[in-house]
Design a protein around this ligand. Sequence first.
Ligand code: FES
Ligand SMILES: [Fe+2]
Length: 481
Amino acid sequence: MKRFKFRANLVSKDWKALCSQRARRLPLRPTCGRYEDIEMATLRQDHITPLPSESFLPKEAYLSREFAKRERKHMWGKVWQIVGREEELSRVGDYLTYNIADESIIVVRSAEDNIKAYYNVCLHRGRRLTNGCGRTKKFFCRYHGWQWNLDGTNDEVVDRADWGTILNDENLRLGEVQIDSWGGWLFINMDPDAKPLLEWLGPLPDVFRKHDLENFRYGWYRTVSLPCNWKVALEAFIEGYHATTTHRQTLNYSGDDRFLCESFGPHSLFRFRSADRLPGHPSPRLKMAAPTDMREALLGNLEQLNVELDALVTKRAVEAARRMKEKLTESATIMEAMVTYIEIHRELAEADGVAWPDLNFDDINMIGAAWHIFPNISLLATHDGLLMYRARPDSDDPDTCVLDIWSIESFAPGKEPKAKQEIYEKWQDGPWPRIYTQDFINLPDVQKGMKSDYFKGGRPNPLAEATLTNFHSHLYDMLKA
Ligand code: FES
Ligand SMILES: [Fe+2]
């Protein structure tokens, strides 16, 4: 596949200056809002008052159609959003559509070295031009037959002479949307004046500089409709506080399962709180004895995540842990087990012909447990596996959303599965391993529960859920614009 050049590549020489994590690291903003600050009367006045220094997530952010409309007007049209990956558009004419609220964008490889994004609307009388994904030579409107070339120029207006001089090449061009890429992901931004993608991403390109992300590929790609607000769905995956209860079984291997958060402008991450956390050990909450065989403990931890996520912890990682167990004796310390496991993991990756990210402690600390990429992405990473969530509104109905979940790995070249998007109207219809099922069960009940008159808003954990506070704080900043 021939690679194409985005504008971001032109500024890549300056990325260190633009994206220095040290320069751009910001303290968490411990503020959000109070219910009375955004009551509906205020919203209708097209104004949201500044938020007080109190961590409180007003329920209207999740339940109000007016709030959803404000997000549509002031946020979705102004932020960089992941629409897919470059390898989905490997040949000229390959296209995908990205729907966000009531907007739809076509993303198409218009030439060997170019990808373009257009508003998915016919300029005659507004029919959507296409749906889903595929390969085409033209975008053809099925209503009256107008059609466009891949470069956005008009190719056909049936009986064009009837318009006299009203129509011209310029006003017949498809509406173009900014597109850029990082790490193999394609991002669009509907704001022509948006800051460059790499600047928007802040420290992320630096944090993941050792991962060969452009050569990672989908292991699977599932899309599910959920009866909850898009933020309810997203927020299940940008904090670890719920794992203690919702994913109780993971405490057998999690070590100290308390979390801290750090923010970088609108983006943030959460990571384990304890620097000397012992993976493979039971959480101190369980008051269980430490394991006697550290090889078993580490292998058990990785096997559990591999089976219960079917993502993030790769088969290669589990194989490395099995070989570590064969290589070491029962008396190995957890550090010996970890070091040997990572060394074997690296050897297996290199034998597969994939680049190995040589991560040091600082790197692992910065990758953390998960990143929230504002507004709607959760990204979890290991050496060779990623688990990502993308939550989207599918209309201005605050009670529904679409959640995409991606398992992405550094497969041996030629061994990538042919992953096709699987779409489920109900999560119960999908082949979800245990951890996703545990999360899905919560989401509709959160949406329903918040409608109680007695509930005014969420109270995020100031340490473990500060990612939510940071998220809402920046969201509110945009909505009050
Ligand atoms: S609406 Fe598309 S050709 Fe008429
Ligand atoms: Fe979860």
